[in-house]
Design a protein around this ligand. Structure first.
Ligand SMILES: Nc1ncnc2c1ncn2[C@@H]1O[C@H](COP(=O)(O)OP(=O)(O)OP(=O)(O)O)[C@@H](O)[C@H]1O
Length: 448
């Protein structure tokens, strides 16, 4: 068996006794030197490899690792390891690590290229992240938003947990990223976990990871969880209100002690992370309803930042819209989208239940349908201009409104596809040209 293993060592390997007489000589080594392996057994190692130092290592008892060794005209890299029994060298194991010294140089060069590439990517990633997620990329000049940014900037300099609250689409994730990017942990990882997106049964292993063989199907090396990955950085727990109640005590313990074990593992893991949590739910009310643990709530709610909805900072709507249009234009080279005053009025008066995400969505869709760069009120979705009284009924639309919106959209698409040729657009729609003109006038679609 030992012979078999020995012959399967990829590179040459040899074992001598304490006096330098060969006990084993594997096939790859024999092949490499062009001799018969069996012939070498029992002979002194210097007879086969004149400058061998195996017998010297047997005397010194000191391993020689990655030494250059010349044999048969080759400069090779070898290692020689003394084997001890009861404190005495009984054998020496020698192994060829690289058949050519040049291989080592090449490997080292490759490694150093890889290392510098890695450094370059790290730098690029940091600057990309900084450009995308700094406080400067949070737009708006309303006093409420400016005050909030100031508080968030201060919080970034500390290691305190932050709880971000606000309606969906107000920019909670953007704030979390900006805090990380402005914190001393900016070079560390920024790990996100959306608590609403994880099935309950996978929650624990997502957060804490699992040990190898922890359950059927688990990968053999195990897998680190988000807490482990966030070591040295920030862990962003989005939609924390969706955290299963029975897991909350465990989460609290980790937040307090910063140590945990992987699922199915027994090794204690320490991780140095900073927590930022976000929710669009009223956590205090959830605590009162016993749907969220009070102790965890207090642990998370150390620095509390509430992002007001867009309709409560009307001053931000138009400037945000302009900024988002510039961003959209970045994907359409040569364009510079502008809003007419009427369009600005429509945007400013709408109540934006989906906040900035909805604004972005509306602008993206509008840009897709317009000809040219100017966005007028009639280019915006019909529902934005509905009177407040109608909107107050909630999201339920009357059939008439739905039909009108669909008609308007169909008209605009047909005009776009036909290059604003009315006759062709009418034909596409299957209506008479005069009907098209009438409907265009009703929906305030400009003639050209
Ligand atoms: N002040 C802002 N300036 C520029 N872009 C913003 C601003 N606030 C939000 N956005 C953009 O709006 C979109 C929604 O923001 P984000 O995902 O941060 O919201 P959220 O509050 O985390 O939403 P949810 O609660 O639904 O997860 C993103 O594309 C984000 O870049």
């Amino acid at each position: 068996m030992a012979d078999l293993i020995f012959d399967h060592i990829e590179n040459g390997a040899v074992v001598t006794d304490a006096d330098g007489y060969i006990l084993y000589f594997n096939r790859p080594y024999a092949k490499f030197l062009g001799i018969e392996g069996e012939d070498a057994i029992g002979r002194h190692v210097t007879e086969i490899l004149a400058s061998s130092r195996m017998h010297i290592v047997a005397k010194t008892g000191k391993a020689e690792i990655n030494e250059i060794f010349t044999a048969k005209g080759h400069d090779m890299v070898v290692q020689r390891i003394p084997i001890f029994e009861n404190g005495k060298v009984v054998a020496v194991f020698g192994q060829l690590m690289f058949k050519e010294v040049g291989d080592v140089g090449r490997l080292a060069r490759n490694l150093s290229v890889l290392e510098s590439k890695l450094k370059l990517y790290e730098k690029e990633l940091t600057s990309l992240r900084a450009a995308r997620y700094s406080f400067d990329s949070i737009y708006g000049s309303s006093p409420a938003l400016l005050a909030l940014k100031e508080e968030a900037r201060k919080a970034a300099l500390t290691d305190l947990p932050v709880l971000l609250t606000g309606e969906s689409g107000t920019g909670k994730e953007l704030f979390a990223q900006a805090i990380h990017q402005s914190s001393p942990r900016r070079r560390g990882p920024s790990i996100n976990i959306n608590c609403a997106a994880i099935p309950k049964e996978l929650f624990e292993s997502e957060l804490f990871g699992y040990a190898g063989g922890a359950f059927t199907g688990a990968s053999s090396g195990g897998k680190p969880g988000k807490f482990e990955l966030a070591d040295g950085g920030t862990l962003f727990l989005d939609e924390i209100g969706e955290m299963p109640l029975d897991l909350q005590p465990k989460l609290l313990r980790v937040l307090e002690e910063k140590v945990f074990e992987r699922v199915g593992g027994n090794q204690v893991i320490r991780s140095d992370f900073r927590i930022i949590a976000a929710t669009n739910r009223d956590l205090a009310e959830m605590v009162r309803q016993k749907e969220f643990r009070e102790d965890l709530f207090y642990r998370l709610n150390v620095v509390s930042l509430n992002i007001p909805p867009l309709r409560e900072r009307k001053g931000d709507i138009v400037s945000l819209a302009r900024h988002l249009l510039d961003k959209i234009a970045g994907n359409h080279p040569g364009s510079h989208y502008r809003l007419t005053e009427a369009a600005e009025r429509v945007l400013a008066n709408y109540h934006w239940p989906g906040n900035i995400r909805e604004l972005l969505n509306v602008l993206e869709r509008t840009v897709f349908t317009i000809e040219g760069d100017s966005i007028d009120a009639c280019d915006l979705p019909f529902y934005l201009s509905r009177p407040v009284a109608v909107r107050a009924r909630g999201t339920q639309w009357s059939l008439q409104e739905v039909v009108a919106e669909a008609e308007r959209e169909a008209l605009r698409n047909a005009l776009k596809v036909s290059g604003n040729n009315k006759a062709r657009a009418a034909k596409l729609l299957g209506i008479h040209r005069t009907v098209l003109y009438k409907k265009m006038s009703r929906y305030k679609i400009p003639l050209n």
